[in-house]
Each structure stands twice: as C-alpha cells, then as structure tokens.
Design a protein around this ligand. Structure first.
Ligand SMILES: Cc1cc2nc3c(=O)[nH]c(=O)nc-3n(C[C@H](O)[C@H](O)[C@H](O)COP(=O)(O)OP(=O)(O)OC[C@H]3O[C@@H](n4cnc5c(N)ncnc54)[C@H](O)[C@@H]3O)c2cc1C
Length: 162
C-alpha cells in the first residue's frame, strides 16, 4: 500500500457499515471498519424489511454471490406493518408490498424480509482483515479538514487541525 492509495475508515459494523465497506472495496478503496462490539453475535432478535431501494443498494455494493446469499436467506415479505393500540385495534397501517411507485422509482428492486443477525453475518463475510471488533471511535472534533487516525489497534480517533 502506498500513501496515495485511497483508504477509508468506517465507524460502525451494523448493517450500513459493512455494506458500504463492500461497495468501497469493489470500487478500489482500501477499507478499515471499526465496530465497538467485541463480536458479531450481538443479540438482534427480529427481522427487518428491506424495500426495493435497499435491495438495489445491496446488489450494487455486495459481491454477487453474497447478494445472492442475502436473497437466499430472506423470507417472504408480509403485506405490511400494523400498529395496534392497547385494545389490539389497528391505529396505523403501513403497506410494504410492491407498488406502482416502487416499480417506477426502483426498477429491479424487490421487497425482502431478512433476519437481522443473518444479514449482518452475510454483510460482514469476506471482510476479514478489514474489520476490527472492539474498536471504538472517539470523535474529538469535526471540521472539513478532519482526518481519522488509528490511535491503537482497536481505536480510531477523528482529529482536526483547523
Ligand atoms: C425496532 C426497529 C425496527 C426496525 N425495522 C426496520 C425495517 O423493517 N426495515 C428497515 O429498513 N429498517 C428498520 N429499522 C431501522 C434499521 O435498523 C436501521 O436503519 C439500521 O440498522 C441502520 O443501520 P446502521 O448500520 O446505520 O446502524 P446500526 O445497525 O445501529 O449499526 C451501528 C453500529 O455502529 C456501532 N457503533 C456505534 N458507535 C460506535 C463507535 N463510537 N465506535 C465504533 N462502533 C460504533 C454499533 O455498535 C453498531 O453495531 C428498524 C429499527 C428498529 C429500532
């Protein structure tokens, strides 16, 4: 690696961070991802719905075989989310099925229902060497010229000279 190689530090290894890491790596960037958890298996006990734009983002960022794994481990999406009051009466309903609007704004995107931990494991796959668990970021100051420096093997500190 030379000093001119683009190297991006990502803070947070939840869902967005690893997805971004894959996308940046595919675009030729070196990536270091710092996650404050000690390991990937944080209890995350529910499924989430991924809408067509999220599906397209996964497809754009992940290597094709990992995207296929996301799809293969997803379930059949429900038709929507209902919010109930204490009497179990529906007070709000969000439809999540494919709509004409989805089709026009997100060609090719699909609704996916995924287990959050399974998705996180897939997203973190093949990032070995780039992911630093137990690595907390401390933002000390922010400004346009801020740089991130690695102050220890498990800690990155955002610093600024302005
Ligand atoms: C109950 C609930 C239901 C939801 N359902 C849906 C749904 O159905 N569909 C949907 O699209 N979205 C849903 N969301 C929203 C979705 O969970 C978030 O949009 C998504 O998790 C955001 O991803 P993220 O990677 O930005 O954040 P997170 O997944 O929260 O990950 C952030 C990571 O950063 C780490 N971190 C934080 N601070 C530091 C630090 N200083 N240094 C190092 N690491 C750090 C954390 O440990 C964590 O792992 C739901 C959210 C909730 C709470």
């Amino acid at each position: 690696m030379s000093v001119s190689d683009p190297h991006v530090v990502i803070v947070g290894g939840g869902l967005a961070g690893p997805c971004l890491a894959h996308g940046l790596r595919r675009a030729g960037f070196l990536v270091s991802l710092y996650e404050r958890d000690e390991a990937v298996d944080r209890g995350q006990g529910y499924r989430i719905h991924i809408d067509p734009s999220g599906d397209r983002a996964l497809r754009a960022c992940l290597p094709p075989h990992l995207y296929e794994l996301c799809v293969a481990t997803s379930g059949v999406p429900g038709s929507g989310v209902s919010i109930l009051n204490g009497n179990l009466e529906v007070i709000h309903r969000i439809e999540v099925g494919a709509s004409a609007e989805d089709a026009s704004t997100d060609p090719g995107g699909h609704h996916l229902t995924v287990d959050r931990l399974t998705l996180r494991r897939v997203l973190l796959a093949e990032l070995d060497g780039s992911v630093h668990f137990g690595g907390r970021s401390r933002a000390t100051r922010t400004c346009p010229t801020a740089r991130s420096v690695r102050s220890s093997p498990t800690e990155v500190t955002r610093t600024a000279t302005c």
